[in-house]
Design a protein around this ligand. Structure first.
Ligand SMILES: [Zn+2]
Length: 92
């Protein structure tokens, strides 16, 4: 009898967990569609923060446009590009 109760308890807990999981997934996808609706988000290549694509702080490199969360990150990125092009020219 005791064993049966444990089994039922375990199944109940499992069921509850699965239910919560489904709920979480639903709210997550809901939040995702919300951000898409308010504007496309792009990743700040320096710190990894997601920023709106129509952000003011951005840099155009050829056809690519990188967006940044702050001018600090933009400056870091520009320095990084500078360093990369320097090492490339030194190599060749
Ligand atoms: Zn940043």
């Amino acid at each position: 009898m005791f064993k049966l109760l444990i089994t039922i308890g375990a199944i109940y807990l499992l069921y509850k967990l699965l239910k919560n999981d489904k709920k979480n997934k639903a709210t997550q996808s809901g939040a995702k569609s919300k951000t898409v609706a308010s504007g496309e988000m792009v990743k700040d290549p320096i710190c990894g923060t997601f920023v709106p694509k129509n952000n003011d702080i951005r840099v155009k490199i050829g056809d690519r446009v990188e967006c940044f969360c702050s001018y600090e990150c933009r400056d870091k990125f520009l320095k990084q590009i500078e360093n990369e092009s320097n090492t490339q020219s030194q190599d060749s």
